[in-house]
Structure formats: C-alpha cells, structure tokens
Design a protein around this ligand. Structure first.
Ligand code: BV8
Length: 228
C-alpha cells in the first residue's frame, strides 16, 4: 500500500512551534503574506531576515512530538511506500526519525544564494549578510518557498499522489495552494483520503474521513490502527 502524508504547522504545534493561524497570519504586525514574498524581501530584507532568523534560532529550543515519532514508526514498516510531504520548514520530522521527507516549501536550516543559486546547510543568522560558501557573494536568502514562488519537487509529489492508495493530511488549514489541492489529486487517482486535524479544515469536505483532535494523540492512534 502506497501512503502519502501531507503535514502542516499543526503537527509541530504541540512541540511549541507557533502555527500561522495562532499568529492570525500576523508576525510583528506584518501580514505573513507580506514578509513571506520575494517583493517583501526586496522591500525590507532585514525584516524578512529577522522573521526567519528568529524561527531558525528557536529550532534548538523545540523537540519532535509523538506525532512526528509515529510517522517515523510508520516509515520503519512501510519504507519507500511512505512519503511525507511537509509544508513545514522546521526539521522536526527528521529529528523525530523520518528520513523520507519532502520539504515542498523549503527549510529553515538551508540558505539559498541569489547569485549562484547554490544551497548550503545553514544554522545561523542571515541578517548579517554572510558570504555564500560556494561563490563568496553576500546574497544568501532563506531557502524557503515564498508566496508567488514555485514549491519544490512538484513532479515528485504529483507522481506520489498518482500512485497513492491512501492520502492523509495532518495539521494543515488547507488555506494555501497547491498543497491544499493535493487531496483532490489523490482522490482522482483512486486513493482513500483522511484528514487528521485539531478542527475541520477549509477542505475537510474533500476527504473521505476526518478525525479531529491534537496530532500527538490522533497520529499515533492512526498509525497503530494502520499497522495492526
Ligand atoms: C504557487 C513557507 C504557482 C514560508 C509558505 C488565490 C487563490 C488561490 C491560490 C492563490 C491565490 N493567490 C495566490 C495564490 C497562490 C498562493 C496561495 O495559495 N495563496 C493563499 C494565501 C490563497 N500559493 C503560492 O503562492 C504557492 N506557489 O502557487 O506557485 C505554482 C503552483 C504549482 C505549480 C507551479 C506553480 C507557494 C505558497 C508557499 C508559501 N510559503 N511557507 C514560511 O514558512 O514562512 S506557506 C505556509 O502557510 C505554510 O507552509 C503552509 O503552506 C501555509 C498554511 O499553513 P498551515 O501549515 O496549514 O498552518 P496554519 O497555521 O494555516 O494551520 C494550522 C492547522 O493546524 C490548523 O488547521 C489547525 O486547526 C491545526 N492545528 C493546530 N494545532 C494542532 C492542529 N492540528 C493537530 N494538532 C494540533 N495540536
């Protein structure tokens, strides 16, 4: 059985990583859409760097939760028949033990050079404009997909959705595309679809089944059922 799991900020909420909704889509009085766009970055690069530098620094203060660990347990059993596609830019899936993780919106712990387009694992701030380790030019930006930019590895995601027998969406509001449309792709390809979320998402009516509650209890229970 081929399983595709899509995760959003809700799976990391109980680890202490704030979701976008918690901030009502706002950060320091800025609409997320304003700081998470290429235009926002060109207009006020230091504000945008601060937005990501703070989130990158906070990673060392949070831990994976039982939901992340349950998905790693599922991967132990399913191997390459499971793919986790995450909208999150934190590294909690990896630290929870998952190895087959696709960050469709990029990662905090990576820097992208606007000069040479090279990517570098990155732990520290970018606001002090460090030189790119590959080309030496000081044009590093967060390696994240902003609004208006094309998500990463869409071909691989489409292939996985086409081959899916089961599509499970965990902890996402279904507010942002193309991720919010994956359930429809999967259903058209014949997959069963399940939503696991704290409350019904904007697209909950698109799913065959839905269970609502905190991910740290919903996801381990679902994995136990699946592996039974
Ligand atoms: C693109 C990275 C073209 C940066 C992010 C008009 C109509 C439709 C679409 C558009 C439109 N105008 C523009 C668009 C396209 C746009 C879009 O969708 N805009 C929205 C605002 C309408 N999309 C784009 O621009 C995308 N690119 O379309 O390119 C294209 C497409 C395909 C192929 C080729 C070309 C790029 C969007 C990427 C933006 N980057 N993040 C960063 O992180 O800073 S978006 C960001 O917000 C997240 O990555 C995520 O995708 C999104 C929503 O966040 P969620 O993860 O869902 O979190 P949220 O807070 O919203 O919800 C949390 C959920 O968890 C809630 O449901 C809550 O109930 C639940 N929860 C809370 N606690 C728990 C819990 N669940 C369980 N347990 C708990 N304890």
């Amino acid at each position: 059985m081929n399983v595709v799991v899509l995760t959003g900020a809700g799976i990391s909420a109980e680890s202490g990583v704030p979701t976008f909704r918690d901030a009502d889509g706002l950060w320091e009085g800025h609409r997320v859409e304003d700081v998470a766009t290429p235009e926002g970055y060109d207009l006020q690069p230091s504000v945008v760097h601060r937005f990501y530098d703070e989130r990158r620094a906070s990673l060392s203060r949070v831990e994976p939760n039982a939901a992340h660990r349950a998905l790693a347990r599922l991967e132990d059993q399913l191997g390459d028949r499971l793919l986790v596609v995450t909208q999150n830019i934190d590294d909690l899936h990896e630290r929870g033990g998952s190895t087959r993780v696709l960050h469709m919106h990029g990662e905090l712990r990576s820097a992208l050079c606007r000069a040479c387009r090279g990517r570098t694992p990155w732990e520290h701030d970018l606001a002090d404009y460090p030189p790119c380790p590959r080309c030496g030019v000081s044009e590093l930006r967060p390696d994240v997909v902003w609004f208006g930019e094309i998500p990463y590895q869409m071909d691989r995601i489409q292939d996985a959705l086409d081959a899916a027998d089961l599509f499970v969406s965990i902890g996402t509001s279904g507010a942002v595309y193309p991720a919010a449309g994956f359930v429809q792709f999967a259903a058209r390809a014949g997959a069963r679809t399940l939503e696991l979320n704290l409350q019904p998402s904007a697209g909950t009516h698109l799913f065959d089944d839905a269970r609502h509650g905190p991910a740290s209890s919903l996801v381990p229970a679902w994995v136990d059922d699946l592996l039974r």
